[in-house]
Design a protein around this ligand. Structure first.
Ligand code: DGJ
Length: 736
């Protein structure tokens, strides 16, 4: 079993296949401290690492200098106000306004199954350790919960805070915190903006606080709830990498604090800014879950640990392990300018090419001919879709395609019947005109009455026609926060209640329509997070569909999230976001790293591109399983070398692999390139085939010979210089 407890010495050891995590309790009054997180070790008593002996100020022995102890002890869940002056995980306020809190160990329990609240991990082969802490003065109980599975190198932490007998305000309640030595670590974060999400950044860690956060009510285009704490020598292949990710879709805070003794405190949770939660006597608060992974195989090992956990223990959709239908989405094809005839023409040609689903994007409802109106009026625009939605869906189904639809359920346009009837449903501060973004307001989804309405209109549409896919969009951040239903001392609960409201709605949707394929989206990728993955097995990665820009976006996304979750489409050129022209073939190779689909007017693209689609569809069916279920290895990074990009997906049993190589920039007078493969079985022998896009079949690649896995990984293979910019090749590596 993964959890071992030495009750006498109060040591808690969590083992995953390759890692160990140890925390322990100091002498009385019993402070929980972080001892170790790293490669799996056998000894459980490594409590000398708490260094209490080095510290002459153990509080019971030397009350005079308690604060010196508090300010350097590696607290496992540091609380504010009693001498630890570093960033803390918990800050409470009493009704009198007092903020001091001190947590002491009081006991532990272990559960042998994992079925926490949504969103969160699940699974039968796991255990949950709860370490109980108390502040007797406050009547406060804190449960530090640790979930471990026997098949994943991840520790999942969250915290439950219970007020026994009085009203308490939580000003800060992070999900996890742990202290570690700073061996010259560097910090990796994922940052960007609209259409340029999740670019990887790396920098040395210095004294003080460094981190990222969102205050936008959503995860955001700008930052991810992720931290990589990596050794200086860490690459994709080797070196130490600790990854921390939050299973949450709202305001988050993720950071490291380097203190006076050069040690690090790593923290993640709900952003304390604009957050407060009132606990009445007997009430509890449960934080989102934080995922911790440790790898000695660098960033690559870290990614694979996240991917395995999310594919195996987080995503719940009935589509989780199924190949997703290849869809064609009309957004970049038509924007708002479409009607039934146009959609059916696209569907007809799509069906002839082997595409499996038509998705009707924004603009089908109310009077929505641009983005200035009608959000909230979820009834079909019969000027566009004559005869209604069912007629269109039946028509698309008759062509052999599934049908999917776009919604933006959390929003309301000022120019909508819904707003005219319920202006008070929009989030706004009474007496102040709320700010518009994309000419829309946000519905107060924290209110049950609003959620019930939204669910009813969604289900009315879904019940009316054979709709098998929903794209759930969200195109603006939250601002002007106020909820008419909350008392003054609970207004700061709104952002979190909003996120819980979204989860509740999506949960209801999945319960009522278990076969529905849900894709989350937020103006591209502003809600690409593990919280959303609990409800939707795929998320739209970015509104930038340019194959070259996508290399960096998809590389950053795959650092944490599985390829099976990355919404990726082949679109038309010049690309609508950057104006770049890339070969249709390359666009297909890049989209193959995700869910794969099309985002173009198939009736109008150049004939030679159109002719390539059936072959690309076949390519998807040949390789998708490898991509979706395999282990991901990064071979080369265009964001680092500015010339080429390459990644591999290797079957779990190592019997096959797919290597994608994209030459971004052609160069004059240069030699071939040597690429070292990864993840293969060193003992197995493999043959290499190149996917020939023109003839849609595989051809032997390079010398017709078998290679041992260790040769391919250590000596490598040759990729000849490709002619031109933006060229790519796919190599299928198959064991004999
Ligand atoms: C933003 C999404 O990312 C796009 O794909 C598209 O659905 C538009 N919204 C529609 O308004």
């Amino acid at each position: 079993m993964p959890i071992t407890v030495n009750a006498g010495q109060r040591i808690f050891k969590l083992d995953t296949p390759n890692t160990s995590y140890i925390c322990a309790v100091s002498d009385e009054p019993g402070y929980p401290g972080h001892v170790y997180y790293g490669p799996r070790i056998v000894d459980e008593d490594v409590t000398y690492l708490l260094r209490t002996a080095e510290n002459p100020y153990v509080p019971t022995q030397n009350k005079r200098d308690k604060l010196s102890f508090m300010d350097c002890y590696p607290f496992e869940y540091p609380a504010h106000g009693t001498g630890d002056f570093r960033e803390c995980a918990l800050k409470v306020r009493t009704e009198e306004g007092y903020t001091a809190c001190e947590l002491h160990y009081t006991g532990y329990s272990i559960e042998n199954s994992v079925s926490g609240p949504m969103p969160g991990v699940y699974g039968e082969n796991g255990q949950v350790l709860a370490i109980e802490l108390k502040d007797e003065c406050l009547g406060l109980k804190v449960l530090l919960k640790y979930t471990v599975f026997d098949d994943c190198d991840a520790i999942i932490r969250h915290t439950e805070i219970i007020s026994a007998d009085r009203t308490i305000y939580l000003e800060r309640a992070l999900s996890a915190s742990f202290d570690m030595d700073n061996d010259d670590y560097e910090l990796v974060t994922l940052n960007g903006t609209w259409a340029r999400e999740r670019h990887i950044e790396r920098k040395p860690i210095a004294h003080g606080f460094q981190g990222v956060y969102s205050g936008r009510g959503e995860t955001s285009h700008q930052h991810q709830p992720f931290l990589g704490i990596v050794s200086k020598d860490c690459t994709y292949v080797s070196g130490e990498a600790i990854g921390v990710n939050l299973i949450y879709s709202g305001n988050f805070y993720a950071g490291v604090y380097e203190g006076q003794f050069d040690n690090l405190r790593v923290m993640i949770g709900i952003n304390p800014e604009d957050f407060e939660w009132k606990l009445e006597a007997g009430e509890s608060f449960i934080t989102p879950q934080a995922v911790l992974v440790y790898s000695k195989e660098g960033l690559g090992g870290m990614s694979r640990a996240f991917h395995d956990l999310y594919r195996g223990h987080l995503i719940r959709s009935s589509w989780k392990d199924k190949p997703r239908p290849i869809l064609i989405n009309n957004w970049e094809a038509t924007y708002f300018d479409f009607n039934e005839e146009k959609l059916l023409a696209i569907a007809k040609e799509a069906a002839e090419s082997g595409i499996e689903m038509l998705v009707m994007d924004d603009g089908w409802f109310g009077r929505r001919n641009d983005d200035n109106s009608s959000l909230g009026d979820w009834f079909v625009n019969e000027d566009k879709l004559k005869g209604g939605l069912k007629k269109l869906v039946d028509g698309v189904n008759a062509l052999g395609l599934k049908f999917g639809i776009w919604f933006e359920p959390e929003m309301i346009s000022p120019d909508s019947d819904l707003y005219r009837t319920h202006p008070d449903w929009a989030i706004a501060v009474p007496g102040r005109t709320a700010g518009l973004a994309r000419n829309q307001y946000v519905l107060d989804i924290s209110r049950k009455e609003v959620r019930d309405h939204v669910f009813k209109v969604l289900s009315d549409i879904l019940d009316n026609a054979n709709i098998e896919y929903v794209k759930w969009d969200m195109n603006r951040p939250l601002s002007d926060l106020a909820s008419l239903e909350l008392p003054a001392d609970c207004q700061k609960e709104l952002s979190h209640r909003y996120v819980l409201g979204v989860y509740e709605l999506q949960g209801r949707l999945m319960e009522r329509y278990p076969g529905l394929l849900l894709e989350n989206c937020s103006g591209g990728g502003a809600r690409y997070d593990a919280g959303m993955l609990c409800y939707s097995p795929q998320i739209w990665c970015s509104d930038d569909t340019d194959a070259i820009e996508r290399l960096m976006i998809q590389e950053g996304t795959a650092l944490v999230y599985p390829l099976s979750t990355m919404g990726a489409h082949v679109s038309d050129c010049p690309n609508h976001t950057v104006g770049r022209v890339t070969p249709f073939e390359t666009r297909g190779y890049v989209a193959l790293a995700g869910t794969f689909g099309y985002e173009l007017d198939i009736t109008r693209i150049p004939a030679q591109d159109r002719a390539m689609i059936p072959g690309q569809v076949k390519m998807y069916h040949m390789y998708h399983e490898l991509v979706a279920a395999g282990d991901y290895y990064r071979i080369a990074s265009y964001s680092e070398n500015r010339l080429y990009d390459s990644w591999m997906c290797v079957k779990k049993d190592k019997s096959g692999a797919l290597l994608t190589f994209i030459q971004v920039m052609g160069r004059a007078n240069c030699h071939s390139r040597r690429i070292k493969l990864q993840g293969l079985d060193p003992e197995k022998t493999y043959r290499i085939y190149r996917f020939d896009m023109e003839n849609v079949r595989e051809k032997p690649y390079g010398p017709e010979k078998a290679y041992r896995g260790d040769t391919l990984m250590n000596a490598g293979i040759i990729i000849n210089n490709l002619w031109g910019d933006y060229k790519g090749i796919l190599l299928h590596v198959i064991s004999e």
